[in-house]
Design a protein around this ligand. Structure first.
Ligand SMILES: [Fe+2]
Length: 410
């Protein structure tokens, strides 16, 4: 088999090239780094697709186009022989979402949706060598859900397998170059190219986000280290610098979090578990309504968070509120230093700031996307910082408490 990957991973993927992204942009957007792929037990190139199961894929696909500016690129459904479900493939920049919903009432997707509601069923990863990954996964005792298999249509072949991760979530592993030939279809065999008649509003940015930065997994109390170990041992992921200590997390945000990343840092997984606090943890609420562990939020990367937030608000997307006290707080202003826009512009939009030794980041969180208080999105604009905004847990809660104190209620 001819391998097209080199030892250094500082090359763009086919999807990134298609999205006209440059290496510099990706280094800034998602913190891409160089690494030696040959020494990796489980080389991962990057995200392949994020697969959602939803109650109504037809309307959810419309939502991601009309509200999030994504582009419909492929489809599978009864019209082309898939009588079980409909699946819409949407793109923004280098990232692909696949939205699936049951057509046949007996589809396993209907059961999945009844248990979990709208959510992420599959974090599919592109790998240069599926068989090498599955061999490694099996060697260290991971659950192989689907053995490596070739799928072929008129556009070529892909080789696919799947392994289990937390809850009922899986990682499908997709090898898009087989025997030196890249697959040329719109997504995977079984899908046809499809576009929509929707017209982008003239004042809306070409893309509201360019890439995917990280996906957070919520796991049950006491299981975070087990899943950190899973990503270390099975997939060769490395621990990232940000580890939230008990001191910060338990008092303010009622969660514990550790972050793992693949060699080139395209794929980053913060893993949360609930912490015992004065109030019920937001992680406990997720676990109750999702019926177990699952993907909590997807952070999409933008190079202009102000324009992105403006477009999203115009399109009706709702964000979490940030109290004015957060911006007026002298401690916050001292901590964040100079950022690229006046703080008033951030305050107007509720955008948060965090800074570490490498730089700063701007971020904002949406309200839950579906009916259950489970999965939501984050927008992130990085300026050197490789963190995830841990300073904001503390700053937000402290700002609120100072206000409470002024009112004599603390
Ligand atoms: Fe995040």
């Amino acid at each position: 088999m001819v391998s097209t990957s080199s030892t250094t991973a500082m090359t763009l993927t086919a999807d990134e090239l298609k999205a006209d992204l440059t290496l510099e942009q990706l280094q800034q957007l998602v913190g891409l780094v160089e690494y030696d792929e040959d020494g990796d037990v489980f080389p991962v190139t990057g995200w392949d697709a994020i697969v959602f199961v939803v109650g109504n894929a037809t309307q959810t696909a419309h939502y991601y186009q009309s509200a999030w500016g994504m582009e419909l690129v492929a489809y599978s459904g009864p019209e082309n022989g898939n009588r079980d479900h409909k699946a819409f493939v949407l793109r923004s920049g280098s990232i692909r979402f696949v939205v699936q919903g049951a057509v046949d009432p007996d589809s396993t997707l209907a059961d999945h949706h009844r248990r979990h509601g709208d959510g992420v069923v599959d974090i599919a990863l592109e790998v240069p060598d599926v068989d090498r990954c599955v061999e490694q996964a099996r060697k260290v005792g991971a659950t192989v859900l689907v053995e490596p298999e070739i799928h072929t249509d008129e556009f070529g072949s892909v080789r696919i397998a799947a392994i289990a991760t937390y809850g009922e979530t899986r990682h499908t592993l997709v090898q898009r170059v087989v025997d030196g030939v890249p697959y040329a279809g719109p997504y995977l065999p079984g899908y046809v190219a499809k576009s929509s008649t929707r017209v982008r509003p003239v004042n809306q940015p070409k893309r509201i986000f360019q890439a995917l930065d990280h996906i957070v997994g919520n796991v049950e109390l006491g299981h975070m280290d087990e899943w950190v170990d899973f990503y270390n041992r099975v997939m060769g992921f490395v621990n990232m610098a940000e580890f939230i200590g008990d001191d910060i997390a338990t008092d303010y945000s009622a969660l514990m979090s550790k972050v793992v990343a693949n060699g080139n840092h395209r794929v980053k997984f913060p893993l949360n578990e609930p912490a015992i606090a004065k109030k019920k943890s937001q992680i406990d609420e997720y676990l109750e309504f999702y019926r177990g562990a699952g993907a909590q939020h997807l952070a999409v990367a933008t190079n202009d968070i102000l324009a992105s937030v403006d477009a999203l608000r115009d399109n009706g997307v709702e964000f979490l509120d940030t109290p004015d006290s957060y911006y007026e707080d002298p401690e916050l202003r001292a901590r964040i230093g100079n950022v690229r826009v006046p703080i008033e512009e951030l305050q107007k939009r509720g955008i948060l700031v965090d800074r570490d030794e490498d730089g700063y980041l701007l971020q904002i969180f949406t309200k839950p996307l579906g009916d259950r208080p489970t999965v939501f999105f984050e927008l992130i604009e990085r300026h050197g910082s490789l963190g995830f905004g841990k300073g904001n847990f503390k700053a937000l809660f402290e700002a609120i408490e100072r206000e409470q104190d002024k009112r004599g209620n603390l």
